[in-house]
Design a protein around this ligand. Structure first.
Ligand SMILES: CC(=O)SCCNC(=O)CCNC(=O)[C@H](O)C(C)(C)COP(=O)(O)OP(=O)(O)OC[C@H]1O[C@@H](n2cnc3c(N)ncnc32)[C@H](O)[C@@H]1OP(=O)(O)O
Ligand SMILES: O=C([O-])CC(=O)C(=O)O
Length: 370
């Protein structure tokens, strides 16, 4: 094995070739199939991006419509599917309920063992079609509420938000939510994507890979941070409260959720910048400029004191709050948006597979006898 150096957390290690996406930190660009994710998020919508990742190109109007109608045909969940959620303890976290739902879908797929590109793409589209229903209605069921049926007259992402809140969103709400799905859609090789690819590399199916990815994403060093950020903002209450809380956290050497990133670290996550703009628009419209100012104050303090910048979760959280989304759904929504990226990665892994099986640097004892 020689003298290979262990990189804690596999920091900087190249895990695979990919044609899907790349974080070009030097040029501050998130490259997605040759496009800049931020430009896509400003000019296109979520289903364009789905088409780009699954079909390899941005769609024309017709292409977008036919993708949307294919998704709508798959919105429904198997009969009595919600019974699953009513059997869970009502304290079950929305991420765990969603994970159960995705895992259960496997049993309904008669082509579960077909790992061809076309079959995998069909499966990924099925998950994408059903995920708003699973996210929104596993939550409603656990809350003892009735499931909210999909409204097929609404565009995909508008319907997703409608199924969460039960109210038809305004244009600004629908556009902001769609943009949030775009920025969450794909991000190269985060822990959850790596998890999905590692699982897929055993020839396991896409449902298993995605179920593993949900588990990874739940942790607060990853997707769970958006929920934690909102609890922090609510605890702080005011701009002054935010200063007090953050200085206290810094004194206690606590990690501040929503700051730092393995790849950007000393630079602002470009997706956070976009969500910051979206937050400003929403905050002005809602008369909640105080929430925006709290976030800015937090950003200034952590930059000055730690040299750290906000990541996407820091600004996505207050955006979701102003969209009246229940806090436990923030991370499930992150996952739902990421289904497209994860789907693309599982397809790529199966198309050119080699089992992931690394080695270790053994530091334990030798030569013992029982
Ligand atoms: C969309 C996403 O999933 S983005 C990630 C969301 N997660 C969060 O927001 C959680 C808060 N952030 C963090 O914990 C980290 O920045 C991570 C996990 C995202 C990346 O961390 P890593 O690359 O592993 O860096 P690591 O954990 O080694 O930290 C390096 C140093 O920066 C400090 N640091 C990093 N992030 C933070 C933070 N948010 N608050 C305080 N200190 C921090 C660490 O304490 C450490 O300091 P030390 O060298 O004095 O011990
Ligand atoms: O890239 C990462 O490590 C985490 C992240 O920002 C994401 O998954 O969107």
């Amino acid at each position: 094995m020689g003298e290979q150096q262990v990189k804690a957390g596999l920091d900087g290690v190249i895990a695979t070739d990919t044609e899907i996406s790349y974080l070009d930190v030097e040029n501050e660009e998130i490259v997605l199939k040759g496009y800049d994710l931020i430009e896509l998020a400003e000019k296109k919508n979520y289903l364009d991006l789905v088409h780009l990742l699954f079909e390899g190109s941005l769609p024309d109007q017709q292409g977008r419509l036919s993708m949307e109608s294919a998704l709508k045909k798959e919105y429904a969940l198997p009969e009595n599917f919600f019974d699953l959620f009513s059997m869970l303890p009502k304290e079950t976290h929305a991420m765990d309920a969603m994970r159960t739902g995705i895992s259960a879908l496997a049993g309904y797929d008669s082509q579960i063992d077909d790992r061809s590109t076309a079959a995998n793409r069909d499966k990924a589209l099925k998950v994408l079609a059903k995920i708003p229903n699973i996210v929104a209605n596993s939550y409603h069921t656990l809350q003892g509420e009735n499931p909210i049926p999909a409204n097929p007259d609404l565009p995909y992402s508008t319907n997703f938000l409608y199924m969460i809140t039960g109210k038809e969103p305004t244009n600004l709400e629908a556009e902001t939510f769609d943009q949030s799905l775009m920025v969450y859609s794909e991000h190269e090789m985060p822990n959850s994507t790596f998890t999905a690819r590692v699982i897929a590399s055993t020839n396991a199916d896409i449902y298993g890979a995605m179920t593993g990815a949900v588990s990874s994403l739940k942790g607060n060093l990853h997707g769970g941070a958006n929920e934690a950020v909102m609890h922090m903002l609510l605890e702080a209450e005011t701009v002054e409260g935010m200063s007090k809380l953050l200085y206290e956290k810094l004194r206690n050497k606590e990690r501040v959720m929503g700051f730092g990133h393995r790849v950007y670290m000393k630079k602002m996550d470009p997706r956070a910048l976009l969500m910051k703009k979206a937050l400003h628009k929403l905050a002005v419209e809602r008369g909640r400029e105080d929430l925006y100012e709290m976030c800015e104050r937090g950003e200034d303090i952590i930059r000055e004191e730690k040299g750290l910048y906000p990541n996407l979760d820091y600004y996505a959280a207050p955006v979701y709050y102003l969209l009246n989304i229940p806090i436990p759904l923030y991370t499930p929504i992150f996952f739902a948006a990421r289904v497209v990226g994860l789907g693309a990665h599982v397809i790529e892994q199966h198309d050119n597979n080699r089992l992931y099986r690394p080695r270790v640097h053994y530091t334990g004892p030798r030569g013992l006898h029982p």
